[in-house]
Design a protein around this ligand. Structure first.
Ligand code: GAR
Length: 200
């Protein structure tokens, strides 16, 4: 059995989708822990109610990014993770932390990367007037919202869309592609070569 550790900062709906998929299917992996950087992350309650170990490493209480990442890494490594899943984990990570989990850390970003990095991606898409928008699952590299792309889903941008209506349409797709990408990883189907991911 492989161990998956999921990191969240808030609602945790992507974490919930991954947990539900892992419960429903015959996964060769289990969600070993859900760790948040805020005690008020709403997703912690769902994880605990599903018998998953939870922990909080409160980012606010650390004097530096390096100190927080070191503490977070120590907490994550207690669960001997084969895969670390960032699911709405709203932190910029240090290079040393990213390097430690290189090739075994995934993120989901609410845009079709490499477009619209950073925050407010749905507003960025509306402002740019694109007709297609979406979400991307990628391996995490030291560069923000960058790294080999595992999966993407596109949605249409409709006349009259607001940030909220567009976010909801994208989120529904996130809940489909992220569990599948995690399953692909734990089943050993993903290969990264020259910055590109192929799926066996
Ligand atoms: C999701 O839309 C995710 O793509 C985004 O935050 C939301 C978290 O929702 N992540 C980022 O913006 C990362 N830069 P959730 O907590 O319900 O999964």
């Amino acid at each position: 059995m492989k161990n998956i550790v999921i990191l969240i900062s808030g609602r945790g709906s992507n974490m919930e989708a991954i947990v539900r998929a892992s419960q429903a299917g015959n996964w060769p992996a289990r969600i070993a822990a859900v760790i948040a950087n805020r005690a008020d992350a709403a997703g912690l309650a769902f994880a605990a109610a599903n018998g998953i170990q939870t922990a909080v490493v409160p980012s606010r209480e650390f004097p530096s990014r390096e100190a927080f990442d070191a503490a977070l890494q120590a907490e994550i490594d207690r669960y001997a993770p084969d895969l670390v899943v960032l699911a709405g984990f709203m932190r910029i990570l240090t290079e040393s932390f990213v390097r430690h989990y290189e090739g075994r850390m995934l993120n989901i970003h609410p845009s079709l990367l490499p477009s619209f990095k950073g925050l407010h991606t749905h507003q960025q898409a509306l402002d740019a007037g694109v007709k297609l928008h979406g979400a991307t699952v990628h391996f995490v590299t030291a560069e923000l919202d960058h790294g080999p792309i595992v999966a993407q889903a596109a949605v249409s941008v409709n006349d009259g869309d607001t940030e909220d209506t567009l976010a909801a349409r994208v989120l529904a797709q996130e809940h489909l592609i992220y569990p599948q990408a995690v399953l692909d990883f734990v089943e050993g189907r993903l290969t990264v070569s020259q910055g590109r991911v192929s799926r066996a």
